[in-house]
Design a protein. Structure first.
Length: 326
């Protein structure tokens, strides 16, 4: 599917297919290139089969538009400025508001029932600063509300007979990758099979940021029937994310817990991790292993994980969503 198809709704595409099928037997169709002429005849055959009740097997499904991501918008105004900023959670927004209140406490400290120093509790500090009616400080106030980040509300078509490209097709898609240099509209990115990978310096947070955008992924090659894209993220030699079902990373938090634990704590953590599916227990020596390993890591063992037991250990693991809610 090309970018052109993204500009039409599923009902529009249905109408275009019916138009093509209706014109398939017309003299004008004979002037079309062979692939287009064959496609028109296929559409005609499907229309006839549909009318007779003998439908062929579906090869794609229409998925509804994904919901936008919800964020909390915090507006703070004073005599000198009026700013609005987004926050991932209400708690994060209130923490920022409490920080602003404490930095401005001299405006209210010691007045009436307000203590000289702000209380430790964020909610109490905010209530004392702004007052019960929100107007305790002249020309100052705040507004906190939830909003949905706008995004293109379009349906997607996903193939039901998904097969990931073989080596030859994948090599062709890799060689057709396009690089877009940074400009006023955004940072630099690489596009391969419709997947956009942005890599840039984030000056605000002082980090090198990598962002993966999957909305435009090529449904003919890399979109699974549920609308997701099999994705693996590797930093240096460490797999930090993988939902391909071929390899699963050892969760960094679990690694940190195990590294910091004493022998008794490590045994408890390992037992819980095996029960949760984050590790698998060797059927030969009961040694707890990271779920990413194929063989037991205990010195002298090296027993290969049984497919059934390892798959059972992987099933409960939660998959990180890079793209937001679907």
């Amino acid at each position: 599917m090309t970018v052109l198809a993204e500009r039409f709704s599923p009902s529009d595409i249905e109408s275009l297919v019916r138009i093509a099928g209706t014109l398939a037997l017309s003299p004008a169709a004979a002037q079309l290139p062979a692939p287009y002429r064959e496609l028109a005849h296929r559409a005609h055959a499907e229309i006839v089969a549909d009318a007779s009740g003998a439908r062929s097997r579906a090869v794609s499904a229409v998925l509804g538009p994904r919901p936008g991501q919800r964020v909390w918008m915090l507006r703070i105004w004073t005599r000198h400025e009026d700013t609005t900023a987004p926050y991932a959670t209400e708690g994060a927004a209130l923490t920022e508001l409490a920080t602003h209140v404490r930095e401005s406490w001299d405006n209210v400290g010691g007045q009436g029932d307000v203590p000289d120093e702000p209380p430790a509790d964020d909610a109490e500090a905010i209530d004392l600063y702004y007052g019960p009616d929100g107007d305790a400080v002249p020309d100052q106030g705040f507004e906190l509300y939830c909003e949905e980040i706008g995004r293109a509300q379009r349906s997607r078509i996903a193939p039901l007979n998904f097969v990931f490209p073989d080596a030859a097709v994948a090599d062709g898609l890799n060689r057709a990758a396009v690089f877009y240099a940074a400009d006023d509209d955004g940072p630099s990115c690489v596009e391969v099979a419709g997947v956009l990978v942005f890599g840039y310096l984030n000056a605000k947070d002082s980090v090198v940021q990598v962002s993966v955008h999957l909305d435009s992924a090529d449904p003919d090659h890399v979109v699974r029937p549920d609308g997701t894209v099999p994705l693996r993220v590797v930093v240096e030699d460490t797999v930090v994310f993988d939902d391909s079902n071929h390899y699963a990373p050892h969760p960094p938090v679990l690694e940190q817990l195990l590294d910091a634990a004493d022998p008794e704590q490590r045994a408890v953590i390992s037992t819980v991790a095996v029960l949760a599916g984050l590790m698998w227990s060797c059927p030969n020596c009961d040694w707890p292993n990271p779920r990413a390993t194929e063989r037991c890591e205990r010195p002298g063992c090296g027993r290969k994980a049984a497919i059934g037991s390892r798959a059972a250990a992987l099933d409960p693991a939660q998959v990180l969503a890079l793209e937001g809610p679907r």
